[in-house]
Write a protein that binds this ligand. Structure first.
Ligand code: SAM
Length: 248
């Protein structure tokens, strides 16, 4: 198995694939005042789709969740069927860097923990034309919360996401892309633990035993442990921030 297959095996059937929780999703949604009664929603990098389903419960319009990996698209599809929402919610395989929707197709574009894959600026720049005039973009993004982080934290993020900014830096990017800033807030630490690092830690324990004789597997597990360990020690230096903006 290559590194990506090992990663996908570790991450299969988890409630989320990144920090987030229902309360934060609904708090961001509340900032999107004046949406049409049945808004058209796109959820980019939806993963297994906890936030997709939260949006589907809260809104009356059609929702499309897009993810690159079939494993997550299938997990969302199961959730859609379990909730009996196949008439309104669609799980679709697709690449966030090549979304073939006509301009102005959506009233709301959502993305939790995924825009970093393209980079915040590139993501906003390429997704915002898909919004109808007055449409909203709501995204979470890994963000520096304090300056001068310890060397260990800085090195980790410099290697993983060198484009990471502080809040002001991201607000500047939104405005430079033509967005009006509606609001932003830092996700609580519980949003990292309850549905993501908590279940992931349990998973790591099981796989550390199962893959005891698998050096490649051990290496991927160690990377996951390092990431969690870093957050345990330095969560005041970085976090996920919800940014809500309006375009057009
Ligand atoms: N939004 C989900 C959540 O909060 O649980 C998932 C967040 S996870 C950190 C990032 C997601 O982006 C993963 O599900 C991953 O498969 C997806 N992804 C990675 N590259 C992608 C791409 N090029 N296009 C679409 N999705 C992608």
């Amino acid at each position: 198995m290559d590194e990506m297959q090992l990663f996908l095996e570790i991450h299969q059937n988890m409630p989320r694939q990144g920090p987030g929780n229902t309360a934060s999703t609904l708090k961001a949604l509340k900032l999107c005042a004046g949406l049409p009664s049945a808004p058209r929603v796109l959820d980019v990098g939806c993963g297994p789709g906890m936030q997709t389903m939260d949006l589907a419960q809260a809104l009356d319009g059609p929702i499309t969740g897009v993810d690159f990996f079939t494993q997550y698209v299938e997990e969302l599809q199961k959730n859609i069927e379990k909730e009996g929402m196949a008439d309104r919610v669609t799980a679709m395989q697709g690449d966030m860097e090549a979304l073939f929707f006509p301009p102005a197709s959506f009233d709301l574009i959502w993305s939790e923990g995924a825009i970093y894959i393209m980079g915040f600026e590139k993501g906003i720049h390429s997704w915002s034309p898909l919004l109808a005039p007055g449409g909203y973009l709501a995204v979470t993004e890994a963000t520096w919360l304090k300056s001068e982080p310890p060397a260990r934290v800085k090195q980790f993020w410099d290697e993983g996401y060198p484009l990471m900014k502080n809040i002001e830096g991201n607000l500047d990017i939104i405005q430079a892309c033509g967005g009006e800033i509606i609001g932003h807030f830092v996700l609580p630490e519980s949003a990292w633990w309850d549905h993501y690092y908590g279940p992931l830690e349990k998973r790591l324990e099981i796989l550390e035993e199962k893959w005891a004789d698998n050096p490649a597997g051990q290496e991927v597990l160690a990377m996951e442990r390092t990431e969690i360990d870093l957050f345990k020690n330095y969560s005041d230096y970085y976090g996920y921030v919800f940014y809500v903006a309006r375009f057009g």
